[in-house]
Design a binder for this molecule. Structure first.
Ligand code: DQA
Length: 152
């Protein structure tokens, strides 16, 4: 069974209570459950992880290098972390970047991402729906890949 990783960076453990006017009222546990359930319906396994520590996020990614797709919300590390970017490049797993808020409508320092130029695409400002749309994209992508492989 293919595996999709769902990785969330610093402070996203506080979703639900953290600045709900920006990030909404859904908790991370809820998002993980929704993504995981949508993937299960498509016969895809989900491995989810969140950490507030850059090193832990990098170590976790290294251990998951056999996975097939990555859904990534790096949180504030989006705008600062060459280390997490390098880890994503090192494991060579196709990925989508997700942000609940529209970072381009916010402070200038949130306009630059260390991930957008190496991601397949980015979903910004769509709230929880961004995670669910990204999940559908990942499932379609993996299905297409399996069809192509079986035709080779
Ligand atoms: C975020 C946007 C980041 O700028 C911020 O630091 C976050 C959350 C989002 O999902 O909108 O922690 O990634």
């Amino acid at each position: 069974m293919p595996t999709v990783l769902l990785l969330n960076g610093p402070n996203l453990n506080l979703l639900g209570s953290r600045e709900p006017e920006i990030y909404g009222s859904t908790t991370l546990t809820d998002i993980e459950a929704q993504v995981s359930s949508a993937l299960r319906e498509r016969k895809i396994e989900c491995e989810a992880f969140q950490s507030n520590s850059e090193g832990e996020l990098i170590d976790w990614l290294h251990k998951q290098r056999d996975a097939d797709f990555l859904l990534l919300n790096p949180g504030a590390l989006t705008h600062t972390s060459v280390g997490l970017r390098d880890a994503v490049l090192a494991i060579e797993i196709p990925f989508l970047e997700i942000h609940l808020s529209n970072v381009h409508q916010r402070e200038e320092f949130r306009h630059h991402s260390y991930f957008s130029d190496i991601a397949i695409g980015a979903l910004v400002g769509l709230g929880v729906k961004g995670y669910l749309l990204a999940t559908q994209f990942a499932a379609d992508y993996l299905e297409q890949k399996a069809i192509s492989a079986s035709n080779d």
